[in-house]
Design a protein around this ligand. Structure first.
Ligand code: BTN
Length: 317
């Protein structure tokens, strides 16, 4: 941990004022060096009070990345989460896949403040302006390829539960979206590499994008489709508190993935079930349930059932 990170971590965890002298002694630097670090954080948007004879107090901070803060939040996890942070990337999924092929361990998390070529499902792009939460997780689970869709659904359930912890109740749209007030706030894209000999996944990259803040430059064609947590709830959620809450929930749900324990949450909070849907090939029917591996069961007009495992199902009424 470098000086900035370490001072930031000390400020974050201090209950009250922390003196410049104490910070300097703890880090074996001069008080001037501490003051320069404080000024750096102020320039980055942190509100830091300073009082004579008392020291510094962090009043508010923007979503500054601080590895030690994240590590502390996930210290009780079984997974050894490793964080890689970038101000800007083309796509955290793409970067995570590169890391995965270079033997990055399970539990590696790639985070970016902004993506210039964010990837969505079915080859679509994912609009990723600065300030939202974009991250990808490498998982090296010995899962059969048929469980790939379950991982996406399981992740949706984990994000749902994490948001509930912040008092936000969303709805899950099959298979990979979370909605709030009928608009999309989160998309999930799982990609991976398949081991043909073992018929299982070599690695999985689970990418999650969550809109946190209002974007004044949002393209017109997206304005009626997507929204953000702040606009819908008036809450400013700390980006990294949400990230660590998701990692903790995901760890629990992935542990139970072979017994499909996520399905209960996924089903109860679905906004697809019970509605008429249209699939990519034009088939229309009613979404009546999910298979154990998160396939969507659609009942057609003649009573026959179809299971959808790829593509999308648009709700038509
Ligand atoms: C979708 O809605 O179709 C899925 C969107 C997934 C977006 C996330 S943002 C982080 C990660 N990196 C990407 O390039 N895509 C995923």
């Amino acid at each position: 941990m470098n000086l900035r990170e370490s001072v930031f971590s000390a400020l974050l965890h201090a209950e009250n004022y922390i003196s410049g002298a104490e910070l300097a002694a703890d880090h074996q630097v001069s008080r001037t060096a501490v003051w320069k670090v404080i000024e750096h954080f102020r320039a980055e948007g942190c509100e830091i009070e300073s009082a004579p004879n008392r020291g510094y107090k962090l009043v508010s901070h923007p979503d500054l990345f601080c590895e030690s803060y994240l590590k502390q939040a996930v210290q009780d996890c079984r997974t050894d989460w490793q964080f890689h942070y970038f101000k800007e990337l083309d796509s955290t999924n793409r970067f995570a896949k590169t890391l995965a092929t270079r033997n990055a361990p399970s539990g590696t998390v790639v985070i970016a403040d902004q993506q210039t070529a964010g990837r969505g499902r079915t080859g679509k792009s994912f609009y990723s302006p600065a300030g939202n939460l974009y991250f990808s997780i490498i998982e090296k689970l010995p899962l059969p390829v048929s469980d790939m869709m379950s991982v996406t659904a399981c992740t949706a359930a984990a994000v749902f539960l994490a948001l509930e912890q912040f008092g936000i109740t969303t709805q899950i749209k099959w298979v990979n979206d979370l909605f709030l007030n009928q608009k999309k706030i989160c998309g999930i894209l799982s990609e991976g590499s398949f081991n043909a000999e073992l018929l299982s996944m070599d690695y999985l990259v689970i990418g999650i994008g969550i809109n946190l803040h209002h974007d004044p430059d949002c393209p017109e064609e997206l304005q009626s489709i997507i929204t953000d947590l702040e606009t819908e709830t008036g809450k400013r959620i700390h980006k990294y508190d949400l990230l660590t809450a998701i990692l903790k929930q995901l760890e629990i749900l992935l542990d139970g993935i072979s017994s499909h324990s996520y399905l209960d949450i996924y089903t109860k909070n679905s906004c697809t079930l019970g509605h008429r849907v249209r699939t990519d090939d034009g088939t229309e029917g009613t979404a009546i349930g999910f298979t154990e591996d998160a396939g969507l069961i659609i009942e057609l007009a003649d009573g026959t059932k179809q299971i959808l495992r790829t593509g999308s199902a648009v709700v038509i009424d």
